[in-house]
Ligand binder design. Structure first.
Ligand code: SAH
Length: 291
């Protein structure tokens, strides 16, 4: 086991349960179990609720299994939410009453030693959510062309200085660790820009590389395309997103769908919640209903 001394706090727990669980004897899916925070709340509503939980990260799933060991109405699977139709088919379930997807990254991935998502410690450049996947952040940082890197940093990081950062990364190769990557980004930015930024100057580039390594936006698109046909009529979809790229995707998908109607949102966390759980800072919750 990796060293890990923290605990993930679920985002907008009350709001998720209030709007997702509209029926107290349905089958529900938590597509991103993480440490099991939301799954536990869903399963606690009633013993007549059955929760199917998925996560692509086998390490975080072992933590979830422990946290949920008292619940006989939960079943966990190591699977991508992209494959939700396959999982349900294997279980002989045609439609479910509600689906939750909490995008972004778990505290475990950020804080456990050596996963390479953080710019606060020196770690190998990994950033894979699925540890069986071959492509890591090292491959993206060291082998993508300057143009590919610039495009990714611009598109997925919404980073104004994407070209300069891409050039600096290419000039700093080989880059072996997270702090070497931070240093390449620092060299590309004017000092007054670094001082001006509210968040760490490497945040946007790290986000972009993480999205690229895990194919996050295309996963979300595939998931959204699948989900309406898996929901029973009046079934609910709850999406928690953490940046504008994700939220835009979700918002437009729901708006253009003739099978979904947004009924709540976007809800943002209260100031008290953000004080208690800084990870909630940029979260947005949207709830849609199957029509
Ligand atoms: N709601 C959880 C936290 C989820 S954090 C809680 O309250 O504890 C997001 C989780 O999504 C991470 O554990 C990550 O491994 C998982 N994830 C990322 N991409 C995934 C995918 N394609 N399929 C399934 N899970 C995924």
């Amino acid at each position: 086991m990796r060293r890990y001394e923290d605990k993930h706090i679920p985002v907008m727990p009350k709001e998720v349960i209030e709007h997702l669980i509209w029926k107290k004897d349905g089958v529900y899916v938590d597509c991103t179990v993480g440490e099991g925070g939301h799954t536990l709340l869903m399963a606690s509503v009633s013993p007549n609720i059955f929760v199917i939980g998925l996560d692509i990260d086998s390490e975080v799933l072992t933590i979830a299994e422990k946290n949920l060991s008292g619940f006989s109405n939960v079943k966990l699977f190591k699977s991508s939410y992209v494959d939700l139709p396959v999982v349900l088919k294997a279980l002989n379930i045609e439609k479910v009453s509600g689906v939750l997807i909490d995008l972004g990254i778990s505290t475990y991935q950020l804080k456990a030693e050596g996963r390479g998502f953080t710019f606060n410690r020196d770690e190998p450049l990994d950033m894979r959510m699925n540890l069986e996947q071959k492509k890591t952040a090292y491959d993206v940082v060291n082998f993508y062309s300057e143009k590919e890197l610039a495009d990714i940093i611009f598109k997925y990081g919404e980073e104004r200085f994407s070209r300069r950062i891409a050039r600096s990364i290419v000039n700093s190769r080989p880059i072996n660790s997270t702090l070497e990557l931070v240093e390449a980004i620092r060299k590309a930015l004017p000092p007054q820009e670094i001082r001006r930024r509210k968040r760490h100057f490497a945040t946007k580039t790290f986000q972009a590389i993480r999205i690229e390594v895990n194919g996050e936006l295309s996963n979300i698109e595939q998931f959204l395309n699948n989900v309406p046909d898996l929901l029973e009529i009046s079934g609910r979809l709850a999406v928690i997103s953490f940046h504008s790229l994700e939220d835009r995707l979700v918002k437009h998908f729901i708006k253009n769908s003739n099978k979904l109607r947004q009924i709540v949102g976007p809800i943002i966390p209260s100031k008290e919640e953000i004080d208690d759980n800084p990870r909630a800072r940029s979260a947005k919750l949207r709830i849609a209903e199957r029509i």
